[in-house]
Design a protein around this ligand. Structure first.
Ligand code: ATP
Ligand code: MG
Length: 467
C-alpha cells in the first residue's frame, strides 16, 4: 500500500488533529476518509477519533465552531475554516459499546475506551484503520491495508456476531463493495446470509439510503448481485428475483434479470433514475405469455403497467418520498414508446405531455441503456437521437403542453358558450388542447373562441360515446 500522500490531507483537517493533540488528547483520522486516502481516492469527508470526551471537544473548539450533533454517541461536528466555506469534521470520542439487544443500536455506549477498542467495534477492516496525521503513523490492527490491496470487504472480528449485532452492516457491506469494486471475503459473505433475521429488523429508511448509495456507484449490478447471493435481495425486493431464468425472445440475449442488470449499469443518471432502470421490467415475469406465432418465444403485453404498480409497492415499502416515487413510476410506465420518423409534431408534444417534461431526460437515458442491455451491440443513438432533436424543436417553440397553457380558460368557455361550470368545461378545454397540440398557431384568443362551438359539439358527442 503506498503511503498516504500528504498533499491529499487538507490542512484544516490536520489542524483539528493538532489542536486536540496540543491539548493533550489522542487524535486519529479514521473511517472512510482514511480508507479513501489509502486507495488514492479523494475522500468525501473526514472523521476523527479522539480520547477527548465530548465536553472537552466542545470546550476546545468553542460554541462557534463545535456543533453537538450526536453527543449521546460521542460525536461533535467541528466546523473548520470560516463560513460559508466551512468543512464539517466529525470528531467522535473513542467508543466501546454495551451489548446490542435489538439488532439495531447498541443498548449503551461507553466512553473512555482505547483506540484499539474503538477500532474493534467498527464494521470492516478497511474502515478500522487509524492514522495519526501529526506523526504520520498508521495504526492498522486488523490488516485493513491488506484487504484494501486484495480488494476485500471483511468484517472485523467474528463476522456472524457483527451482522447479528447490527443488521444494517449487511447492506453496508454490499454497498461498499459496489462503490469500491471490491469482493466480499467468503466467510463474511456467508455470515451476511446467516444474519438475515437481524437484517429484517433494520428500518426501511436506512435500507433505502444504503440502496441508493449502491445504485449511485459505478457498477451497481455488482451490488445487486451480492444482494442476491446473500439473500438481501429476497428480503428487500423479492420481485426482482422473478426475472431470474425468465427468458424473453429473439430481441434479447439474456433473461429478464440479467437484462435488467446490464441496463442498470449502462443507465446514466442519479440514483433515482438508476432505481427506475432497475425496476423498468419488473412487471415482465408476471405478464409473460407464450407466443402462438413463435414457439419458444414470449410476449409481455402491458408489462409496463403491471411493473408500475409493483414499483409503486416497492417504493412505498422502502419509504421513498412522493417525488422520487413519481419519478420511478414515470420511468417504468412510460418505457415502452416506439419513435418513428412519421411522428408528427403533435405526436411529439403528446408524448412530452404524457411522460412529463421533467422525466424526459431520464426516460431517454433509460432507453439508451435498455438498447445496450439487449446484448447485441446496437447503436442506442439510433433510437433516441432523432427523438431528442424533435423534442428540442417543439420545446423551443414554447407551444402549449397542458390546458393551463391555452390562452383562454374555463371562464371564457362558460361565457362564450353560455354554459355553467361543470364537466363539459373541462372536456372542451381538453379538446381545444388536442387541436393546439397538433397546430400551435391555433393558440390565439380569436382562433380558439371561433373554434369553440364546433369543439364543444364534438366534446359532448365523445362524452356520450367514449371510444
Ligand atoms: P462513506 O462515508 O463513504 O459512506 P464510511 O465508511 O465513511 O463510508 P460512514 O457511514 O461515514 O461510512 O461511517 C464512518 C465510519 O464509522 C466507518 O468507516 C466505520 O468505521 C464506522 N461505522 C459506520 N457505520 C457502522 C456500523 N453500522 N457498524 C460499525 N461501524 C460503523
Ligand atoms: Mg464517511
Amino acid at each position: 500500500m503506498p503511503p498516504i500522500d500528504p498533499k491529499l490531507l487538507p490542512d484544516d483537517v490536520l489542524g483539528v488533529c493538532r489542536r486536540l493533540r496540543g491539548a493533550g488528547h489522542q487524535a486519529y483520522l479514521v473511517g472512510g476518509g482514511i480508507r479513501d486516502l489509502l486507495l488514492g481516492r479523494v475522500p468525501k469527508d473526514f472523521d476523527v477519533a479522539t480520547s477527548a470526551l465530548p465536553d472537552a471537544v466542545m470546550n476546545l473548539f468553542g460554541m462557534r465552531y463545535a456543533v453537538p450533533t450526536g453527543l449521546k454517541h460521542g460525536t461533535v461536528t467541528v466546523l473548520t475554516g470560516e463560513p460559508p466555506t466551512h468543512r464539517p469534521v466529525e470528531v467522535t470520542t473513542f467508543r466501546g459499546e454495551g451489548a446490542y439487544l435489538d439488532g439495531r443500536r447498541p443498548s449503551s455506549v461507553t466512553f473512555g475506551a482505547t483506540l484499539t477498542e474503538d477500532l474493534s467495534r467498527r464494521d470492516f477492516t478497511m474502515n478500522a484503520i487509524a492514522y495519526d496525521a501529526v506523526a504520520g503513523d498508521l495504526f492498522d490492527p486488523f490488516d485493513g491495508q491488506g484487504d484494501l490491496r486484495r480488494g476485500l470487504v471483511r468484517a472485523v472480528g467474528d463476522a456472524e456476531q457483527r451482522f447479528v449485532e447490527d443488521g444494517l452492516r449487511a447492506m453496508r457491506a454490499v454497498r461498499q463493495a459496489a462503490q469500491l469494486g471490491f469482493a466480499i471475503d467468503p466467510p463474511t459473505l456467508a455470515a451476511i446470509g446467516r444474519g438475515m433475521d437481524s437484517f429484517r429488523k433494520v428500518s426501511s429508511e436506512r435500507v433505502r439510503d444504503e440502496l441508493l448509495k449502491l445504485l449511485g456507484s459505478p457498477q451497481p449490478s455488482r451490488g445487486i448481485e451480492l444482494m442476491r447471493e446473500t439473500g438481501l435481495l429476497a428480503a428487500v425486493m423479492p420481485e426482482l428475483l422473478e426475472g431470474v431464468d425468465c427468458l424473453q425472445n429473439r430481441f434479447h440475449r439474456f433473461d429478464v434479470y440479467r437484462h435488467t442488470l446490464m441496463t442498470l449499469d449502462r443507465t446514466r443518471g442519479d440514483a433515482i433514475v438508476r432505481f427506475g432502470s432497475l425496476l423498468h421490467d419488473v412487471g415482465k415475469p408476471r405478464s409473460r405469455q407464450p407466443r402462438e406465432d413463435a414457439p419458444g418465444e414470449f410476449s409481455f403485453f402491458k408489462h409496463e403497467y403491471v411493473g408500475a404498480e409493483m414499483a409503486d409497492d416497492i417504493c412505498r415499502r422502502l419509504k421513498f418520498g412522493t417525488a422520487d416515487r413519481d419519478s420511478v413510476q414515470a420511468l417504468v410506465v412510460n418505457h415502452m414508446f416506439f419513435y418513428t420518423p412519421d411522428w408528427t409534431d403533435g405526436t411529439v408534444r403528446r408524448f412530452i405531455r404524457r411522460v412529463g417534461a421533467a422525466h424526459l431526460p431520464a426516460l431517454l437515458a433509460l432507453r439508451e441503456a435498455d438498447v445496450l442491455g439487449r446484448g447485441f451491440d446496437e447503436d442506442p443513438d439510433k433510437e433516441t437521437g432523432e427523438l431528442r432533436r424533435r423534442i428540442e424543436e417543439v420545446t423551443v417553440e414554447d407551444a402549449a403542453m397542458s390546458v393551463k397553457d391555452l390562452v383562454i380558460d374555463g371562464r371564457d368557455i362558460m361565457r362564450v358558450l353560455g354554459i355553467p361550470a361543470g364537466r363539459q368545461v373541462g372536456l372542451v378545454l381538453e379538446a381545444l388542447l388536442e387541436r393546439v397540440l397538433d397546430d400551435s398557431s391555433l393558440n390565439t384568443r380569436p382562433t380558439l373562441e371561433a373554434l369553440l362551438p364546433e369543439v364543444a359539439t364534438r366534446a359532448a358527442a365523445t362524452a356520450r360515446n367514449p371510444a
